[in-house]
Design a protein around this ligand. Sequence first.
Ligand code: MRU
Length: 347
Amino acid sequence: MSQQVDQVRAVIWVEGALRLLDQRLLPLEQHYIVCTDVAGVAAGIRDMVVRGAPAIGVAAAYGVAMAVAARYAENGAGWRQAVEADLTLLAESRPTAVNLFWAIERMRALIEKLDGDPRQAVVAEACRIDAEDLAANRRMGELGAALIGARCAVMTHCNAGALATAGYGTALGVIRAAHAAGKVSQVYADETRPWLQGSRLTAWELLQDGIPVTLLADGAGAHLMKQGEVKWLIVGSDRIAANGDVCNKIGTYHAAITARYHGVKLMVVAPTSTIDMSLASGEEIPIEARDEDELLTFGGKQVAATGARAWNPVFDVTPAELVDAIVTERGVVLQPNAEKMAALMVE
Ligand code: MRU
């Protein structure tokens, strides 16, 4: 299947520094923040400069590499102990996307084995994590596009694209591959309140690659699905539990229920670094709650009635029974359950 070249890169390693495309400013401004230390990377993750589960993991891996270099310069042989505080700082930046913890643990496993000057080895490992994520996305693009039969409209939620990964994207990788194969008549993207990852990020990055996109208010999905044009809801994930429950941006669960009611299939596209086999079900996934001002204000201006409070969980869990396919770089799991997830992860 031909693969469309994607243009967007959110995380770029250049000569000892990390360039993060500031996703808070898109689409109006394309500005890279340069991080030269681990504190800058942790702040970039916490403050949503970089967001999206795999991109957070890749950024954290480079953050660890910078931390190791700094601690080695300061402490010599004592660097390994000193760097623990930096790993904790990174781990505390956001709670839900497991790719963050997966990347930190992978870097820690390497660190435990190193002797002598660790600097080259940690950078090489972070670069491998980065390259593997891009390769996984391209593979998932092929596998997911193959599931789409006749040309149809597809719908997505949040941004699970190049901006949320090392490049190409998970859900948007499938949409890119399916579009290149002529299988997509229309892409509908939820605007994704309150951060507007759909209207600001998904729309921008698809248009960069010449893929037309139509935005929807988050509440418009049921009415759209009722028309019959949309055959697939395609989303990414921040953490998938051992039984196949899928955590993703708030509103995904709502869209998944709507999809099942209307006979629209749900495809979740995520690398195995997003699968957390230590959690039996989605009930155990920590859900990030962000500041209520994200709902009470817009563009820094109050929009809600004075005195109103807001509840702002930013992820939700879709039960496995609502998922038709989980697409990973290792293969596709149809109608996921605990047995099928275990079989995928031992392969
Ligand atoms: O709060 P965000 O923007 O980091 O949330 C991102 C999402 O929910 C994405 O859908 C998910 O990380 C999958 S990205 C390939």
